[in-house]
Ligand binder design. Structure first.
Ligand SMILES: *Cc1c(COP(=O)(O)O)cnc(C)c1O
Length: 375
């Protein structure tokens, strides 16, 4: 099988040592070995999210399960939610809350724009919200949310409102400060910047989010955070069988990240993002996000380039990028530069992208594009 360069914004490529960890013999999910592995993973998880006072969790299921766990454990009937949406994944909180019968209001700027902070302040003053959700990086537009500023406004206007942050396309690739930003629930998935196969959701709950859970009857059984808390505190306890091998893989990947150093891992993401954007700007592509994320970029096509043709030709050259979603469908492409992806791999991708545009009639100076990436 030809090894394709998988540059969609998740799942991201997984390194050989992580794949090897995944292929270890299965062990008992209540063994002391598993409990020790989980304990080490949870130390890493706290570090990733910036948690000092809070409870970490790793639960089998995708990022969307993490979103559902977040809302079902802190919201009850008649509670209301304010969704701050920078795109498709922000909107998912609205859909989820409506599904649960929770009243939702949403602030959603045009694609690529950041939520207006004064509008947010005004909206928060208008009525009491039980919780606010924010997507740290919306994978549909590539917008990096200003979590700190949003948090400050919540603290000033409505400090009792719970703050939920979706870190699925952010955690590991960009700094998160659970305690300092007064986050109540943060969640992520294994398959994006954490460079682990899909299938695990990582979360942290604040003390008061746990208290809120204790005061309600959650509309979830598998996702009940109190049931999982027992397992997180003692991995030899049973609630529901974790995907043991994915935990091996996650442990290996997190060990690799912390061996490099988390700060260095963030820097690597910033560096690769800058290089990719410089190169694409040389081709003449425009970035959708005004406040772009270090983990992925979303570019609009120049006039006359058809999405399926572009991505099809690029795939023939071994490079996979993703289509744009929702309002931006067909108008551009999304490229991930997160996780284990290297500069060497990205220069190959950038070169193939330049060639593909050239074949489609876009005037490209490939030398300049490569120089822009390298400088
Ligand atoms: C990918 C993603 C999700 C959904 O995660 P799944 O693992 O596909 O369920 C949610 N939020 C964001 C920001 C994402 O990028």
């Amino acid at each position: 099988m030809m090894k394709e360069l998988l540059l969609i914004p998740g799942p991201t490529p997984v390194s050989d040592d992580v794949l090897y960890a995944l292929s270890q013999p299965v062990i008992s999910h209540t063994s002391v070995e598993f409990a020790n592995l989980l304990k080490e993973i949870l130390v890493y998880v706290k570090e990733l999210f910036g948690v000092k006072n809070g409870f970490p969790f790793v639960i089998t299921g995708s990022g969307t399960l993490g979103m559902e766990i977040a809302l079902t454990n802190i919201l009850k009937d008649n509670d209301n939610l304010l969704v701050l949406s920078h795109g498709y994944f922000g909107d998912r909180f609205e859909e989820l809350a409506k599904h649960l019968g929770i009243e939702v209001n949403k602030i959603k700027p045009n694609p690529g724009e950041h939520v207006d902070l004064e509008l947010f302040r005004k909206t928060l003053k208008e009525k009491h919200y039980t919780a606010v959700t924010l997507t740290h990086v919306d994978t549909s537009t590539g917008v990096l949310a200003d979590v700190e500023s949003i948090s400050k406004i919540i603290q000033e206007v409505s400090p009792e409102t719970l703050f939920v942050v979706d870190g699925v396309c952010a955690t590991g690739g960009v700094k998160e400060e659970f305690d300092n930003w007064k986050i109540d629930v943060i969640l992520t998935g294994s398959q994006k910047a954490l460079a682990t196969p899909p299938g695990l959701t990582l979360l942290a709950f604040s003390e008061r989010a746990i208290e809120k859970r204790k005061s309600i009857k959650p509309r979830t059984y598998y996702g009940d955070i109190l049931k999982w808390m027992v397992v997180m505190e003692d991995g030899t306890k049973y609630f529901a069988t974790p995907s043991v091998n994915l935990f091996f893989a996650l442990h290996q990947s997190l060990k690799g990240i912390f061996d490099i150093g988390l700060e260095n891992y963030f820097k690597k993401h910033e560096d690769l993002a800058r290089r990719v954007r410089n190169a694409m700007s040389e081709i003449g592509l425009t970035l959708v996000a005004k406040r772009p994320a270090p983990t992925l970029s979303v570019f609009l096509y120049p006039d006359g380039v058809e999405d399926k043709t572009f991505r099809g030709k690029l795939k023939e050259k071994g490079v996979i990028v993703a289509n744009t979603l929702a309002e931006l469908y067909g108008k551009g492409f999304r490229i991930g530069h997160m996780g284990s992806v290297t500069k060497d791999e990205l220069i190959v991708a950038v070169s193939k992208i330049a060639e593909t545009f050239e074949e489609l009639g876009v005037k490209v100076n490939k030398g300049n594009v490569l120089n822009a990436f390298l400088s």
